[in-house]
Design a protein around this ligand. Structure first.
Ligand code: PLP
Length: 363
């Protein structure tokens, strides 16, 4: 926590706003809008997953539709496609950002159309905080007039050509889950440049209650709004977001400068115009075996590290769905490792990690 969160939480208690609406919700949304800029409207929700679900529904995805989804991601990018009874179609990554490959995306769209169905939406992800190729993906989406859900769950504080992530999609989403760069313990947001879309998102997120004195419903609704208590945590967290980004980037810089001499360790650099919040610091090793050697040596010292995300097209629940792959995400999964990346790591912690890795590489 940054320090002021408890004041805002206490404010909720003092004023008795213990509900999924209230001043903290409004002011948290305002703080995100001020941060992201680009005249966005923000709806604070219970989770990032809920935001993707509402986003897809608001873009018209329904039963039987196909939705293109980055394969190299966390399952929460794809699960909401299933909630809607739609079919995920997975698209592999390119090597410069590890995110959705625009060339493969185009091939996938052309092929899906030739098979008789035009995909209804694209879920593109800024994985580990690195922006995807924003312009190239947008160009393909526009060519075929397919809207984008921009999964920025890991990328609050990241930007592309000076503009903040979550402002590029037809709908953007954020997550404030406990593991993200800032947190409300659990929480998310839908980000849109269209005020009507925000109103519709809030309507669906609050049980789709029609305007009437009694309870009247003509839509299926959800209970997806953020609690006013948790939004208080969010207000305090927004005050320290820039510090968190600086801390995460400093972790990355330390790992990179300490390990750069070893040809067995590769880092993902920021292409020109890309700014990553470096949510997690990741390395690529030459082989699965070397990756595992490092992971197990760290584990031996009670230090947790984790393989990169296992691609969705390789997951038991998703492997039966269509996919357009080039081997890149599978390679990243085999050879990649997320190092300890918390904003509260001190230089002793970081030294310990690096010392263990160097010991393995020089044995
Ligand atoms: C965390 C995460 C989500 C889901 O957010 P929740 O708030 O945990 O529901 C979606 N996509 C990605 C890439 C994530 O990392």
């Amino acid at each position: 926590m940054g320090g002021h969160e408890q004041n805002y939480v206490e404010e909720a208690f003092r004023t008795n706003w213990i509900a999924p609406l209230g001043p903290n919700v409004d002011l948290f949304e305002q703080a995100i809008q001020n941060y992201v800029k680009q005249d966005v409207h923000v709806a604070a929700l219970s989770t990032g997953t809920a935001a993707i679900h509402l986003g897809l529904e608001l873009l018209g995805v329904s039963k039987g539709d196909e939705v293109l989804c980055q394969s190299f991601t966390f399952s929460a990018s794809a699960n909401p496609i299933m909630y809607l009874g739609a079919t995920p179609v997975f698209v592999d990554s390119e090597i410069s950002t590890w995110n959705m490959c625009p060339v493969l995306l185009r091939e996938a769209i052309v092929d899906r159309i030739s098979k008789g169905k035009k995909p209804k939406a694209i879920v593109a992800v800024h994985l580990y905080g690195m922006p995807y190729q924003v312009m190239e993906i947008r160009a393909v989406a526009d060519e075929f007039e397919i809207p984008i859900v921009e999964d920025s769950a890991e990328a609050l504080g990241s930007s592309y050509k000076g503009n903040n992530c979550s402002s590029f999609g037809d709908i953007g989403i954020l997550s404030f889950n406990g593991n993200k760069i800032i947190t409300t313990s659990g929480g998310g947001a839908l980000v849109t440049k269209n005020g009507d879309i925000k109103q519709k998102a809030v309507f669906l997120a609050t049980q789709a209650r029609d305007n009437a004195p009694h309870y009247q419903h003509s839509h299926v609704g959800y209970n997806y709004r953020m609690s006013n208590v948790l939004a208080g945590i969010g207000r305090g967290q927004m005050e320290v977001l820039d510090d968190r980004v600086a801390a995460r980037r400093s972790n990355f810089d330390f790992y990179k400068s300490s390990l750069d001499n070893f040809e067995e360790v590769e880092f993902l650099n920021e292409p020109d115009g890309f700014f990553s919040n470096r949510w997690l610091s990741c390395i690529l090793t030459p082989t699965y075996e070397i990756r595992e050697t490092i992971r197990l040596a760290l584990l031996e010292e009670d230090i947790e590290s984790r393989p990169l995300w296992k691609p969705m097209h390789c997951q038991p629940i998703f492997e039966k769905f269509p996919n357009y792959v080039n081997g890149i995400s599978e390679e990243l999964f085999q050879r990649g490792l997320c190092l300890p990346s918390g904003s509260n790591l001190n230089s002793t912690d970081l030294e310990r990690v690096v010392t263990i890795i160097i010991k393995e590489l020089t044995r």
